[in-house]
Design a protein around this ligand. Structure first.
Ligand code: SF4
Length: 424
């Protein structure tokens, strides 16, 4: 049996593309293997939106290329966002690559294998959860961001199509659907002329056997009270708000073209906390954006201390060519940006530890993701406030469950970002 491997880098939107590439490869008679040594075809779906991601993509391509000599690899295929940004450079700089396929160019990919398969998805997540990409592309044009130039204009998927995809994912075992996009809150404005996330959530909430609906990437400029009310009302929607705020100083927010003010962000947080007492808010922040003085950073630090986000990620600003922020002055030295990022994460570690310690003795719902390889633990899972790969894990010490089950867990201890519990 011919085998292939696929390495999907970057975000969940890119993972959905990888699942289509995987489906096409399997329709050509290949079987998926995690062992790159065994793979006759290796596909690298790259990420290219910030410096760190670009470096990771390049080192992954070079590592994969080694299997053309040390392994069975006969064909190395590279695609994704890095290709969209640097097509000619990649074509000319990596003789090891056999096929450079443009972002989402599924037809060209089919051409490699001479197949005419449909563009369905071969899930690369465990079957009990799946991503549902409600739109791709973005029209927000934040000053530091290369994504609109890479993934293009906002393109929403019609509600009917999403409901059909969701039903088929649930029929194949998904109990948790994770809604993803560049800006999920703007879902539908391009095809319906208005935001349609609340209506979509209502439709998805009606799907039998679907248990959890998780929403990622709610841009604060586009969150409405109606959305918060709908999330509060629908039982299957996790009370988990993933809201990339990026900064809190009004001058910086304006320079970033975030189209939202500090006052509005505080309003949204108050609205969520008032309407949904057990809501969990995750945010991401950028440190070292051009013009971020010590004073503006202090404002950001105090904001993090006051808001006590349950989940938070911080990133040092990445100076990206062909973005408006690239030419802004004064640029903040990289080491300062990194120091500030570390400072925020230190503050957040204490906040997260305090939040998780406060859950000891509580009973919460947990989805079982896998058997644990950690000594003393049976399973590893996620609570309603843990998104795969970006949040924490719940380590289970005792009880019976199957992979994909959503069970009641009594919390017996907490670490910085993870919990320990037993099934009750
Ligand atoms: S919302 Fe802003 S940061 Fe996010 S993808 Fe769009 S332009 Fe980039």
């Amino acid at each position: 049996m011919k085998k292939y491997s696929i390495i999907s880098l970057g975000c969940s939107k890119n993972l959905v593309d990888s699942e289509v590439f995987a489906y096409i490869t399997e329709s050509a008679g290949y079987k998926l293997t995690e062992d790159l040594q065994e793979a006759e075809v290796i596909i690298v779906n790259t990420c290219g939106f910030i410096i760190d991601a670009k470096e990771e993509s390049i080192s992954t391509i070079l590592e994969a290329a080694e299997f053309k000599t040390s392994g069975k690899c006969k064909k190395l295929i590279v695609t994704g966002c890095l290709v969209k940004r640097y097509f000619e450079d990649i074509k000319n700089s990596f003789p090891e690559i056999d096929e450079v396929i443009q972002l989402k160019d599924f037809n060209a990919f089919k051409g490699i294998f001479r197949v005419s398969s449909t563009e369905k998805r071969k899930l690369l997540t465990p079957p009990h959860f799946a991503y549902l990409r409600v739109s791709d592309g973005c029209n927000n044009y934040c000053s530091y961001c290369a994504i609109p130039a890479i993934r293009g204009q906002l393109e929403s998927v019609p509600i009917e199509e999403l409901v059909i995809s969701a039903e088929s994912l649930v029929a194949s075992g998904a109990r948790e659907l994770i809604l993803t996009a560049q800006d999920t809150a703007r879902y539908g404005v391009d095809i319906y002329g208005e935001q349609k996330l609340p209506e979509l959530l209502q439709k998805l909430n009606a799907i039998k056997d679907l248990i959890w609906i998780r929403i990622l990437y709610l841009h604060p400029a586009h969150i409405t009270s109606e959305m918060i009310d709908m999330i509060a009302r629908l039982p299957k929607v996790c009370k988990y708000f993933e809201i990339p705020i990026q900064h809190i100083n009004n001058e910086i927010l304006e320079s970033m073209n975030r189209k939202v003010t500090k006052e509005r962000i505080l309003e949204i947080i108050t609205d969520i906390r008032t309407k949904i007492p057990d809501a969990v808010i995750r945010t991401t922040l950028i440190t070292g954006y051009p013009g971020e003085t010590e004073q503006k950073f202090d404002e950001l630090k105090n904001f993090v201390k006051e808001m006590k986000f349950e989940r938070l990620g911080a990133f040092a600003y990445s100076r990206e060519e062909n973005t408006p922020a690239y030419d802004l002055e004064p640029q903040v030295p990289e080491e300062i940006a990194e120091q500030r990022k570390d400072e925020l994460m230190q503050i957040q570690q204490d906040i997260s530890e305090e939040f998780l310690a406060g859950l000891v003795g509580e009973k919460i719902k947990v989805i079982i993701d896998r058997n644990s390889s950690e000594e003393g633990f049976l399973f590893e899972g996620r609570s309603y406030f843990d998104s795969p790969e970006i949040d924490g894990v719940v380590f289970i010490t005792e009880g019976k469950a199957g992979i994909g089950d959503i069970v009641e867990v009594e919390i017996i201890d907490g670490w910085e970002y993870d919990l320990i519990g037993r099934i009750v």
